[in-house]
Design a protein around this ligand. Structure first.
Ligand SMILES: Cc1ncc(COP(=O)(O)O)c(C=O)c1O
Length: 453
């Protein structure tokens, strides 16, 4: 372990971090000894004390090509020297953004027709929602304004995206939430033959919400193909096929929030390709640049694009972000996607995902405190329970997920995330077999140490 910082400097950094920096989803007194990262290479991160960790969640599901890619820094420097920024508003454009829009459309669903660049996943979801409402107004259906979102979904931190999010912990003290965004719930007396998703729902929950609200009032449904922050909860194989049919039948647009699943995470470029389903709009961010520079996008189908190209004189799509279509971010995204192709990262994600899931099943499939081992592509989750046979959960006060994650970090050198009793994994798409095995080993040792079984 070599450190570029002496202990006095580390102590000063920790003090200043606690004193000055407001972190996302963080309560400073709970984090008196934060890990302060200094550098990264591949799936490995090094902190200011020189300790190395495997980045088991690709940081925030986003550093797809891994850390330390000098060529992405170089391409950014080259583009910023040449042209750091110009507006893409009203009549102006730039070369990398034009090239990137074409590239993204080549990779995305075949029905997609236009790309609007943003700075984040939250902005992408806000824009997709606004585009859906705008579209229905153009079609002479102004009553179609509501958005249906799902329980346990995460869609971001801006006000409408927080309202879309189906995790109440993100709402407390921020109300009133944005109106006309409603969540699914288990319908009364539901009789259907659906296979349930990992969180126990099926597509008819959405249909029940559409019927409850009235299809005439509903603009769109928004879904993460795999709920990520909710605990890595994959759908059944039929879920999105049925949901597509339900949306068509009720004339409701389907927005796929592919902020996590987009760009290879599931072993396909985009998640719904697995089931041959095309959404009407999609949101992306994170892996589009592997987070080397912030960027996102919402992408609209050709019919929506056509409608936006044929506006009545009194209507303009007055949606904007200053940094939309940023040339530096676009140049990085283009090179990032080139790395995906050169190194066949999408198929590596599929192969390493299989190894990760089967490794976890082999190590912990019969463990008395582990249940619901699930995965899709290179996303996996496990649930810790007091009694796997009876399905008895731990008391939330036990903080079992946090204990396992802490053990993995401190003893196993693997950083990942827990959500309540769920521990989740999504390493960079460049992860190799021996690194996957290190993650599995750290998880197994942590579960055995913490549960004592
Ligand atoms: C599925 C999903 N949608 C949207 C977002 C919000 O993205 P951002 O934090 O870039 O605004 C996230 C963030 O994790 C996400 O997981």
């Amino acid at each position: 372990m070599t450190s570029s910082y002496d202990e006095r400097t580390v102590a000063r950094l920790i003090h200043d971090d606690l004193a000055h920096l407001l972190h996302p989803q963080h309560y400073a007194p709970d984090h008196q000894d934060p890990i302060i990262f200094d550098r990264g290479e591949g799936v490995w991160l090094t902190d200011v004390r020189g300790r190395r960790y495997i980045d088991g969640l690709a940081s925030l599901w986003n550093v797809a090509v891994g850390h330390g890619r000098a060529e992405l820094a170089e391409v950014a420097a080259e583009q910023l020297r040449k042209l750091a920024f110009t507006t893409a508003y009203t009549g102006f454009s730039n070369v990398p953004a034009i090239e990137l829009a074409g590239k993204v459309l080549d990779l995305a669903y075949p029905n997609m027709g236009g790309v609007f660049f943003t700075n984040s996943g939250s902005e992408s979801n806000e824009g997709a929602f606004k585009a859906a409402r705008f579209y229905w107004n153009l079609k002479g259906r102004p009553s179609k304004v509501k958005l249906i979102a799902r329980e346990r979904a995460y869609h971001g931190g801006t006000l409408a995206a927080s309202a879309m999010t189906g995790l109440p912990v993100f709402w407390k003290y921020f109300g009133p939430l944005v109106p006309e965004i409603v969540h699914t719930r288990k319908p009364d007396n539901l009789e259907c033959d659906c296979t349930l998703n990992a969180d126990g729902e099926c597509a008819h929950w959405v249909e029940a919400a559409i019927e409850r609200e009235g299809a005439d009032t509903v603009a769109a449904v928004i879904c993460e193909p795999v709920k990520g922050a909710g605990g890595v909860l994959p759908p059944s194989d039929e879920y999105f096929v049925r949901l597509r049919e339900i949306c068509d039948r009720h004339e409701v647009l389907l927005i796929a929030d592919e902020v996590i699943t987009g760009f290879g995470r599931t072993g396909h470029w985009f998640a719904l390709q697995r089931w041959g389903v095309n959404p009407d709009l999609m949101s992306v961010a994170k892996a589009i640049t592997s987070a080397y520079i912030p960027m996102g996008a919402f992408i609209v189908s050709q019919p929506i694009m056509d409608a936006l190209h044929d506006l009545p004189p009194d209507a303009r799509f007055m949606h904007a972000y200053t940094n939309s279509a940023h040339p530096g971010a676009a140049a990085v995204a283009l090179r990032n996607l080139q790395i995906f192709e050169d190194e066949k990262l999408v198929s590596n994600a599929g192969a390493m995902g299989v190894r990760l899931a089967s490794g976890i099943r082999r190590a912990l499939g019969a463990h008395p405190h582990v249940t619901n081992i699930r995965s899709l592509g290179l996303m996996a989750g496990v649930t810790l329970v007091k009694d796997a046979e009876r399905g008895t959960p731990y008391d939330p006060a036990d903080g079992i997920g946090g204990k396992v994650a802490r053990h993995m970090r401190q003893e196993g050198g693997v950083i990942t995330r827990f959500v309540g009793d769920h521990v989740v994994f999504a390493p960079p798409l460049v992860v190799n077999a021996s690194e996957v095995d290190l993650i599995v080993d750290a998880l197994e040792r942590a579960v055995r140490a913490v549960t004592g079984a």
